[in-house]
Design a protein around this ligand. Structure first.
Ligand SMILES: Nc1ncnc2c1ncn2[C@@H]1O[C@H](COP(=O)(O)OP(=O)(O)OP(=O)(O)O)[C@@H](O)[C@H]1O
Ligand SMILES: [Mg+2]
Length: 310
């Protein structure tokens, strides 16, 4: 549905996006992650025809962004980072205006506008000027304008930014629901949001793609080595020797000691699938008393940090 190939964007001497390629399949919800200044907004602006790339190509539903921008724009609903809303229009007149701009048939306009009012919970502010709205309500109006023409593709730049916790949950639910029939790219800094709403994730850092996959795949791949904590009641030196002799144990250190109990920290290599079971087995065979056995897995946060800090 969306094909981004070797995308590069320079702003003067700043290289905001460097040779980025990815694709989004029909019906997929893609999470676009990256720290501040990574190039997310820039990429989204190019996909939505707000800005031409310096190099590379983007196709949206078979249309090229440079050759057929009108057709691309028709297929897409875009929530920009800072929604440029008309501040002296009321919410109601703005939505009607957008419905007109989006060339929704006059017969269907009222129904579409009402649908958006319902979906984005805007009933209470219809008569208010947009300029007088709180940040969160402006964001909701932004979402409403992005979806009003029922586009097949939604590009949402930080859709939950500025929303209160209740509304965040509502919007995530909505995105998940929309994702059943639409293709969505959303950028976010909120990592639990990705696990909650996205089928696939790409991470960019400093304009370059550093990872892509399902949230689970990223967790598995980046996990690499895992850390295991175990507390054993036995001769600590012997336990350490036995653990260290295991092929998959990179390092075994004594974290703390209390009476006959010692707490060990083990660094396991990637190529062992059942380290805790093996340790349990060894303890049983040696008649050691185990009072703790815990494997630490990396969260999406850890992975993000690992990939985007150097
Ligand atoms: N109009 C501009 N002129 C010059 N440089 C720009 C412009 N817009 C963005 N940049 C630079 O391009 C880089 C990427 O910015 P971009 O806004 O795409 O990042 P982002 O991933 O959306 O960040 P954030 O998470 O803060 O929204 C940054 O170094 C930024 O300073
Ligand atoms: Mg941005």
């Amino acid at each position: 549905m969306i094909e981004v190939k070797n995308l590069t964007k320079h702003y003067g001497i700043t290289v905001a996006v460097k040779d980025v390629s990815f694709s989004v399949k029909k019906g997929e919800v893609l999470g676009f992650l990256g720290p501040n200044g990574a190039g997310k907004t820039t990429t989204m602006k190019i996909i939505t025809c707000f800005m031409p790339p310096t190099a590379g190509t983007v196709e949206v539903g078979g249309s090229d962004i440079l050759e057929d921008p009108l057709s691309v724009r028709e297929k897409i609903g875009y929530l920009p980072e800072n929604t440029p809303l008309y501040s002296d229009m009321t919410v109601e007149s703005y939505l009607n205006f957008i419905a007109e701009v989006r060339r929704i048939h006059p017969r269907d306009r009222r129904e579409r506008v009402n649908r958006m009012i319902e979906t984005c919970s805007l009933k209470g502010v219809l008569k208010k000027d947009i300029g007088a709205l709180s940040k969160g309500f402006k964001q909701r109006v932004g979402l409403a304008q992005a979806m009003i023409h029922d586009p097949k593709i939604l590009i949402l730049d930080e859709p939950t930014s500025g929303l209160d916790p209740n509304q965040i949950i509502e919007i995530r639910k909505l995105i998940k629901e929309l994702g059943k029939e639409k293709t969505i790219i959303l950028s976010t800094h909120i990592l639990p949001e990705v696990s909650a709403t996205c089928d696939r994730v790409i991470i960019i850092n400093d304009g370059q793609l550093v990872a892509s996959g399902t949230p689970e795949e990223l967790q598995n791949r980046a996990a690499g080595e895992s850390v295991i904590y175990t507390t054993v009641k036995a001769d600590a030196a012997k336990v350490q020797t036995v653990f260290t002799s295991l092929g998959w144990v990179k390092k075994c250190s004594v974290e703390s000691k209390q009476g006959e109990r010692a707490r060990f920290k083990l660094l396991a290599t990637q190529d062992v699938s059942d380290p805790t079971e093996q340790l349990y087995d060894i303890a049983v065979k040696n008649g050691w008393m185990l009072s703790e056995l815990y494997r630490e897995t990396l969260s999406l946060e850890d992975i993000f940090l690992k990939l985007t800090t150097s």
